[in-house]
Design a protein around this ligand. Sequence first.
Ligand code: CP
Ligand code: NVA
Length: 300
Amino acid sequence: MKKDFLTLLDVTAEELQALINRASELKIGKDLSACPLIGKSIGLLFNKTSTRTRISFQTGIYQLGAQAIYINTNDLQLGRGETIEDTARVLSRFLHAIVIRTYEHDTIITLAQNSSIPIINGLTDLHHPCQALADVLTIQEKKGRLKDIRIVYIGDGNNVANSLIEAAQLTGIDLVLACPHGYEPDKTIYENARSRGARIKVVANPAEAVKDADVLYTDVWISMGQEKEIERKKKKFEGYQINKRLLSLAKPDAIVMHCLPAHRGEEITDEVIDSPQSVVIDQAENRLHTQKALLEALVK
Ligand code: CP
Ligand code: NVA
């Protein structure tokens, strides 16, 4: 049976740990010459821009011996009204997996339901599970463990925040989210995680939230597709910035994470993102290793 990766909860806690362990092996060059996906083709269907996800998948797929076929979905017949269902059925005959980046999460559910090949979520408005894989590896590397590590996420309760909640649910990470009223993470994802015993809470005050933080995490205030909301959101998010003052309230050895791209001067200052406490570039690099581990596990 094919297995999709639409949300982080498509893997169990044990599978997540195995992916992280395998990514660490790949990172240090284990099986460097092995090409487990030789002769295979993996489609990258994107209709939002991307630097990290696109390039890390393309290079990772090549390193595993397969070819990546990148296409902007507007260039498919989808853009002229062909259904997702027919697209899924046909592409399943050519490709061995699809990585898709799009707006509505329901689109990738429909794609997955009508495909006989694995579908990997490269970001939707609701989830960013590949980012969460790299985040978990980065925290494991920097802090030596996951359980009881306190992440304080400051800002928009968006796709990145939702996937972090699922990461907390699977790993025992202690997650506090400081979000302006009306911009909390998805209620269903949050309540599902709480009901399964995840240590997560949502608060409004960043300065209170940041106390005892091992990790400070943020993301842009305006996600792709929300450009019309710029002025309204900017007002709402004043004060939800990781700056030197906020960082000084966390543990002295706290690390700073950001999925990137950053809007410097909005959710984070130059001073903090460029400081020795920032691990954002290592975090970005880990996209490559974790996604290679994921492809190895899913693509048959
Ligand atoms: N973090 C991330 O997904 O970056 P891109 O939008 O550049 O892919
Ligand atoms: N929340 C951001 C993440 C970008 C990687 C967005 O959806 O635009």
